[in-house]
Design a protein around this ligand. Structure first.
Ligand code: GBH
Length: 444
């Protein structure tokens, strides 16, 4: 049997905009996702998160579901526009009260709360003032983080600042697939820096608590040993991973990435002292993993007007690895996860790692053998990483519930628990029962 440490944190994850609904309640202001989803053509099925899983009203039942699974921890996110409806200034106590009630409910069930402060729902007034490409968004984020921290630090031990800043920067500001839907590659690189700066400022504002950040590193391997393909892998590792990891852990942007981006930006938005703020000590690093990448050089550049996500490296091609795919079209390959964890622990001074998201979208309503196979393979990969010396202390399945899958709306189901969106009825899938048994046994 693959047994995990008795203290291993078995969890599940969600995020505010994807599950809460109640978009106009208790003073909540608009976020960039409310505005983006309302514009025709941005979300595949034309849906929004206005209702989603109605978790705002059903959180007690949802925590009961978690307790039924035997979860030790629950990763959720706090909606900034509930706490500060205009993104700055006055705090709305009704917004904070929701998270107080949620956290108290979790604690009463013996489930550790793992809040993330930013999972993509920027208050729209801050986007109107420039969004993440604007420097001022960073101190605004730190102010908001301090307000939430003041309200909940007596109940919450582990704080995560950002979820996947890569997605916020590159899908939000380069490809425009995510809110706010801008297609400005240079702005995306400024967003990277101001997200990191906001993280560092927030981390200092929360000193005394345990603080981490969640990234979605791309585990990229070259298609062949050719110099072109090796360079493609270096480039993707640079603009997807090291552009975040090096500032966080080494207080510097990698020289090769700065060079790759020379045609896009001269990094003149970086000021003296910023990197010191960004490199504030981290208590843990969260890793979200879904699929690896196989890359090759020498592809066609993206046509003008349709920027790619890998800014400055648009000629890199993503190659088919020939493995089965989920309904997202993502290949299933758990070796990428153990290799990624080993690499992070080897190259950076991380003392504690958590897989803060891992899971798969499949159509099966409740008898989801594919999802069980996916989770089983990836948990074995986690066990393998621990055996290879990685300080991995927790695993959060994505997701507790079927939910609003961003640009895919409700067409993709990642939940351990099925949600019938017409009735809001929850039904645990076979994978939920299977995961409960893994937790009960402490391994698989
Ligand atoms: C996470 O994003 C989010 O944190 C979460 O909110 C979301 O619901 C969940 O994943 C599922 O999507 O497009 O073939 O090149 C993950 C986003 C997924 C972006 C993998 C990069 C690369 C695969 N990442 N993707 S591909």
């Amino acid at each position: 049997m693959n047994t995990f440490d008795p203290g291993f944190l078995w969890g599940a994850a969600t995020s505010s905009y994807q599950i809460e609904g109640a978009a106009d309640e208790d003073g909540r202001g608009p976020s960039i996702w409310d505005v983006f989803a309302a514009r025709p053509g941005n979300v595949l099925d034309g849906s929004t998160g206005d209702v989603a899983c109605d978790h705002y009203h059903r959180y007690r039942d949802d925590v009961a579901l978690m307790a039924g699974l035997g979860l030790r921890a629950y990763r959720f996110s706090v909606a900034w526009p509930r706490v500060q409806p205009r993104g700055s200034g006055a705090v709305d106590q009704r917004g904070l009260d929701f998270y107080r009630r949620l956290v108290d409910e979790l604690l009463s069930r013996g489930i550790q709360p793992w809040p993330t402060l930013y999972h993509w729902d920027l208050p729209q007034p801050l986007e109107d003032a420039g969004g993440w490409p604007a420097r001022d968004t960073a101190p605004r984020f730190a102010d908001y983080a301090a307000a939430v921290h003041d309200a909940l630090a007596d109940r919450v031990t582990n704080w995560t600042t950002l979820n996947e800043p890569w997605c916020s920067a590159f899908l939000g500001y380069a490809t425009g697939e995510h809110a706010p839907g801008r297609r400005e590659p240079a702005a995306a690189i400024r967003a990277v820096h101001h997200l990191l700066l906001g993280h560092g400022m927030a981390a200092s504002a929360m000193s005394g608590s345990r603080v981490g950040i969640t990234l979605n590193p791309t585990q990229a391997s070259p298609a062949t040993g050719s110099a072109e393909d090796l360079d493609a892998a270096r480039r993707i590792d640079g603009v997807a991973n090291r552009i975040f990891l090096d500032p966080l852990f080494r207080a510097a942007y990698p020289a090769d990435v700065v060079e790759d981006l020379a045609g896009v930006t001269g990094f003149e938005h970086v000021r003296d002292g910023d990197l010191k703020v960004i490199a504030a000590p981290l208590d843990f690093l969260g890793v979200n993993y879904y699929t690896p990448a196989i890359v090759s050089g020498g592809g066609p550049a993206h046509p003008p007007g349709k920027p790619g996500a890998y800014v400055g490296s648009e000629t890199v091609r993503f190659v088919d690895g020939g493995r089965p795919r989920t309904t997202m079209g993502w290949e299933v390959d758990e070796r990428g996860l153990s290799d990624l964890l080993v690499r992070l622990a080897r190259d950076y001074p991380v003392t504690e790692l958590h897989v803060t998201e891992n899971g798969a979208a499949y159509d099966d309503e409740v008898h989801d053998a594919d999802r069980i196979a996916y989770l089983d393979g990836h948990l074995r990969a986690c066990h393998d990483a621990v055996a290879r010396g990685v300080p991995l202390r927790g695993y959060f399945a994505w997701s507790l519930l079927d939910n609003f899958e961003w640009a895919y709306g409700y067409t993709q189901r990642f939940g351990l628990v099925h949600v019938d969106f017409a009735t809001q009825r929850r039904t645990p899938k076979d994978s939920a029962r299977w995961y409960a048994e893994v937790i009960r046994r402490g391994g698989l």
